[in-house]
Structures are given as structure tokens and as C-alpha cells.
Design a binder for this molecule. Structure first.
Ligand SMILES: C[S@@+](CC[C@H](N)C(=O)[O-])C[C@H]1O[C@@H](n2cnc3c(N)ncnc32)[C@H](O)[C@@H]1O
Length: 253
């Protein structure tokens, strides 16, 4: 890069920093920090009561969120997006950032305190404010959605559900539902902690080990369905804590 270009770039970065820390900007930074802190607080408060639903001890990172929303780069045209299990909203924020003016987002969360906290934190998110008329919130289990209606057909499902702590029959019910809710060539992304199953299979009780193997068979089965109908891809995200693997199933091309 030529020195004048470099200087211009540094100057523009400095101007941006000055703008942020000017009176209004500092307020925005403070608001963003306190909203993040409130998110963490709500997450850990709910974790102690609802580990059977949350199934994770850390909210996901921005890097995992970027991997999870890759189908938004693949699918062109107006996208109907369903996010399931947003928690404190790490994926929501990235989905909103990538949304265009004709896209629609439905957010489904079972935990009312987490959903309340998410909705309140989004009030200071510029992308949300831009798209809010096309964002719908559903409080309750995703299993309450019924496939077959126009308003419950989606092009992309971004799923944050902790399948590894579910009973196999619940995992099967949800996977089948996702398959049926997706429009042709729709994408489902979900993640699992990398190596989690091996470690926990090793240290778990025999009953839990059997349950986890059964959940694994459910995921394998739907992976087979996606492979025969469309495509399967995966990506490991080492910069998440714990490292995670995101899976992308494309059904019925
Ligand atoms: C592992 S946390 C993931 C949160 C966030 N997506 C992240 O990655 O940090 C799982 C989330 O799914 C929600 N959840 C669990 N079961 C659900 C269900 N049946 N329907 C909708 N949300 C559910 C939990 O309340 C929790 O917020």
C-alpha cells in the first residue's frame, strides 16, 4: 500500500474511533457493553435453572456465528429465516447484520427470561431496528410449529439447540420437523461441541452413554437423508470455546 493511502486509512480509522468516543459514541459503546453484560447475566441465571434446555456453559462466539450463517451467502432472493434457540443472541446479531430488506426472520426460544433479555438488547441494535417489521418472535418450544403453512416454510434454519442433551425421540421429532419446515433447497445449520461426545461418552453413566449414542444415530440418519436428497457440509470452528463443529444439511434440492 502506498504511504498516502496508508495515512488516509489510518486517519479514517482514527476519525472513526474519535467519533465512537465522542459523547454520543461513548454512550453507544457503554450501552453495547452493558447489554452484553446483561445478556451474560441472564444466561448464567437461566443456566442454573434450565441446564436441561440450555445445554452449554458459554454463549457461542462471533466466529461460530459467522460459520452458522453461511447459508445466507448461498441462498439468493428473499430469504425466510428461522432461528431456533437464540439464547443471548450471538447468531441473531450476525443474521440481522446479513439480512436484506426483503428477508424475514422468525426467532423461536423456549426460555422466556432469555427471550425477554434478547428482545431488550436488540432495541439498541441498528440492524434490528432496520428490519424489525420483518422479525417475529415466538416464545415456546420449536416443536409447536406446524409444517405445511406458508408462514412456517423457511429457506434457512439456524439452530442453536443442544441435541446432545436431548432424548433421542426429541432429537428425532425436531430433526423431522426441520426437514418438513424447509422449502426445497433449504438449509439447516446446527452445531455440536467438537470432541464433546467422545469425552462425555467416556466419563458418563452407562444410561447417558446409551442416550448419547442414540442421539448420534438420529443425527447420522438425518445426515444420510440430506446426503441423499441434497448435500452435507461441515466446518470446525476452533476459535469458539469450546471448539465446535457446524453442520449444514441441504434437503430436497
Ligand atoms: C446451547 S443454547 C444456544 C444459545 C445460542 N444460540 C448460542 O449459541 O450461544 C440453546 C438454546 O436453545 C433453547 N432451547 C432449548 N430447547 C428449545 C426448544 N425445544 N425450542 C426452542 N428453544 C429451545 C435454550 O433455551 C437455549 O437458549
Amino acid at each position: 500500500m502506498a504511504p498516502p493511502e496508508m495515512t488516509a486509512r489510518i486517519e479514517s480509522k482514527l476519525a472513526r474511533k474519535r467519533e465512537l468516543f465522542s459523547l454520543g459514541g461513548a454512550g453507544q459503546v457503554r450501552e453495547a457493553i452493558s447489554s452484553k453484560a446483561a445478556g451474560y447475566l441472564a444466561f448464567y441465571k437461566e443456566l442454573s435453572k434450565s441446564f436441561h434446555q440450555i445445554g452449554s456453559v458459554f454463549p457461542s462466539s462471533k466466529s461460530l456465528a459467522s460459520v452458522m450463517i453461511r447459508p445466507l451467502e448461498i441462498i439468493q432472493g428473499p430469504r425466510r429465516i428461522l432461528e431456533v434457540g437464540p439464547g443471548t443472541g450471538p447468531f441473531t446479531v450476525e443474521i440481522l447484520r446479513s439480512m436484506r430488506s426483503e428477508d424475514q426472520l422468525t426467532i423461536c426460544e423456549i426460555n422466556s427470561a432469555l427471550l425477554k433479555q434478547l428482545r431488550s438488547s436488540l432495541e439498541s441494535n441498528q440492524d434490528f431496528l432496520e428490519h424489525r417489521s420483518r422479525v417475529t418472535f415466538i416464545e415456546g418450544p420449536v416443536q409447536q410449529l406446524r409444517a405445511g403453512a406458508a408462514e412456517t416454510q423457511f429457506d434457512i434454519i439456524v439452530c442453536g439447540l443442544p441435541f446432545s442433551i436431548f432424548k433421542p425421540e426429541v432429537a428425532e421429532e425436531i430433526m423431522k420437523l426441520f426437514h418438513d419446515l424447509l422449502a426445497p433447497s433449504g438449509h439447516l445449520t446446527f452445531f455440536e461441541y467438537w470432541g464433546f461426545r467422545d469425552i462425555f461418552t467416556f466419563i458418563n453413566t452407562p444410561a447417558n452413554r446409551r442416550r448419547m449414542r442414540a442421539v448420534d444415530r438420529v443425527i447420522q440418519k438425518w445426515q444420510g437423508v440430506a446426503a441423499s436428497e441434497g448435500a452435507v457440509s461441515s466446518k470446525v470452528c476452533l476459535t469458539n470455546f469450546p471448539p465446535a463443529k457446524s453442520l449444514d444439511f441441504c434437503f430436497r434440492p
